[in-house]
Design a binder for this molecule. Structure first.
Ligand SMILES: [Ca+2]
Ligand SMILES: [Ca+2]
Length: 184
């Protein structure tokens, strides 16, 4: 392949990425970053799709929404219905976070739409957040071909090198203080 062709393929790749992905946005309420991905995926594909993303060296996970503030932040981020990481696929009626720091936890805060979760006909085991911020159970098993975007959350942890440098800085500060005290 010629260099020009390679460049075109590369640029096409960037524009494809740009069409579906946004730069993750920081929310001070949790200290985490969030990204709405408009790629259409099945309810059962969203968890793996989220985990295929990484940012600042940390792996993404389908968003976990623990309070009204986080729910509002995510609502402002999305431009269509989006999967979040809440499912009762394991035990019907037990809505648990599937991934991230809260993996396995029962949802305490919820923001279901009126009449939801309704487990429509043969069942809906996954959760979408709508553009008005309310939640609805949707997807499989009753809707095996229903697809839309999803929300990725990233919980960055301070790198060990950053902590080590911080520790060295504090130790150095203590040394200077002691030195000054002995000189006085
Ligand atoms: Ca969260
Ligand atoms: Ca429903």
């Amino acid at each position: 392949m010629s260099n020009i062709k390679k460049a075109i393929v590369f640029l096409a790749g960037i524009s494809l990425y740009a069409s579906a992905h946004a730069v993750p946005v920081f929310y001070s309420g949790t200290g985490n970053y969030y990204e709405y991905v408009s790629d259409s995926v099945l309810s059962t594909e969203a968890q793996a799709a989220a985990a295929a993303n990484s940012y600042l060296g940390t792996t993404g996970y389908l968003a976990t929404i623990l309070d009204a503030g986080e729910n509002t932040f995510i609502t402002n981020l999305i431009s269509g219905p989006a999967w979040i990481g809440l499912s009762d696929a394991a035990v019907e009626g037990e809505w648990r976070w599937v991934d991230g720091p809260e993996a396995g936890d029962l949802a305490v805060y919820t923001n279901w739409s009126a009449g939801e979760p309704n487990d429509y006909i043969s069942g809906e085991d996954y959760t979408q957040i709508r553009t008005n911020g309310t939640w609805n159970d949707h997807g499989l098993p009753h809707f095996p071909t229903y697809r839309h975007g999803y929300v990725v959350e990233y919980s960055p942890v301070p790198a060990p090198t950053t902590l080590a440098l911080l520790g060295m800085g504090l130790a150095g500060f203590g040394f200077i203080r002691r030195k000054r005290l002995t000189q006085d």
